[in-house]
Design a protein around this ligand. Structure first.
Ligand code: ZN
Ligand code: ZN
Length: 348
């Protein structure tokens, strides 16, 4: 076999190529090109980054971000194989990061290496979210109120936690413009000021899921933006008169409220020890909430009565020892006081 042998016109060495040899070819190609400057716009308040016209929450590590941007500013010849980069960074000034990129690879079987520099310029600009936040922007208010009473401390703090956890979830999923502008704890209840209708829908749904009650929406036209009508919505959340754990009196019997659904209340019958359903009716007397029940030690059992010390006065008294309680001497039982009837009764 006679292999056709050529000579490289550049270096004169032997080659199987038609023109110049692989080594000369690799040397003649400017195989890596870098933009010298990359401008990165970020929000000085929250650190978000702008790409094109879109803001997003950026990685908190500026050095890593600079490396990423510098590598993104490179163009590498498609014939380069086994490509590998190492990047050194330093900050010549507070709003500049210089990246020195060492690139290695093989081109037509010849090892090649080059060094390039990219300057990342950090530009400050207030992001869409922060400018809305600082401008007091809002698209709705959630007013949490209760029926014939004011929301209690437990409900107020649940409303606040629900609101913030919905906000966290939306922010993590990238819905930047859904946030809480303000939460006001006022005498009548809690007002949550929100930046989007979506966050308002989610928060109100979760509040009524957890605390019961109903939401009504009252939209108000406030103007137009880019041909779209803009509404501000007042969400009125009306918590039910009865709360989970409330002990109510119906026809001289006590029941613990387990949940309030539309029109009905699921209750636990504190005499019989069974679940029951009663009509939602605002006329039941509320004795208190089982959260505020007190413990008392059973000193003796006598038939269907149990002896305890009144937790307030420490006077010996008796309470009914209902079978479902399975009371025995020495054990603790939770009791509540019905002040109107001057009666102390067990709640379990
Ligand atoms: Zn050559
Ligand atoms: Zn920001």
């Amino acid at each position: 076999m006679n292999i056709q042998e050529n000579f490289c016109p550049k270096c004169g060495g032997p080659t199987t190529n038609e023109g110049i040899c692989d080594k000369c070819l690799a040397e003649s190609i400017d195989w890596i090109v870098a933009e010298q400057r990359v401008v990165c716009t970020f929000c000085p308040t929250c650190g978000s980054m702008k790409q094109g016209n879109t803001w997003s929450d950026a990685t908190p590590n500026r050095e890593l971000l600079a490396e990423e941007l510098a590598l993104g500013a490179l163009k590498v010849h498609p014939d380069v194989e086994n490509l590998h980069f190492t990047v050194e960074t330093y900050e010549p000034s507070p709003n500049r990061t210089k990246c020195i990129i060492h690139a290695e690879g093989t081109l037509y079987g010849i090892p090649v290496q080059e060094t390039r520099e990219v300057l990342v310029v950090w530009k400050k600009e207030q992001c869409d979210r922060c400018s809305r936040l600082s401008g007091g922007y809002y698209e709705g208010v959630i007013q949490v109120r209760a029926t014939d009473r004011t929301p209690d401390i437990h409900e107020r703090s649940r409303v606040e936690s629900i609101a913030y956890s919905v906000e966290d979830g939306l922010q993590e999923s990238g819905e930047r413009l859904s946030f809480i502008s303000r939460i006001d704890d006022i005498k009548d209840g809690v007002d949550v000021v929100i930046s989007s209708h979506h966050i308002g829908d989610l928060i109100t749904k979760q509040i009524t899921n957890e605390l019961g009650g109903k939401t009504t929406r009252h939209p108000k036209l406030i103007g137009e933006r880019e041909g779209k009508k803009l509404y501000r919505i007042t969400y009125l959340v009306r918590l039910p008169r009865y709360r989970r754990g409330d002990v109510i009196e119906i026809k001289n019997k006590y029941y613990e409220v387990r949940s309030v659904e539309s029109g009905t209340i699921k209750v636990f019958d504190l005499q019989e020890g069974i679940m029951n359903v009663v009509r939602e009716d605002d006329s039941y007397r509320i004795i208190g909430n089982v959260r505020d029940a007190e413990y008392a030690a059973v000193s003796f059992i006598d038939g269907d009565m149990a002896g305890i010390l009144d937790p307030k006065t420490f006077m010996p008294i008796t309470i009914p020892a209902y079978p479902w309680l399975h009371l025995s001497e020495g054990m603790d039982v939770r009791v509540m006081e019905d002040r109107e009837n001057e009666r102390i009764f067990p709640v379990g």
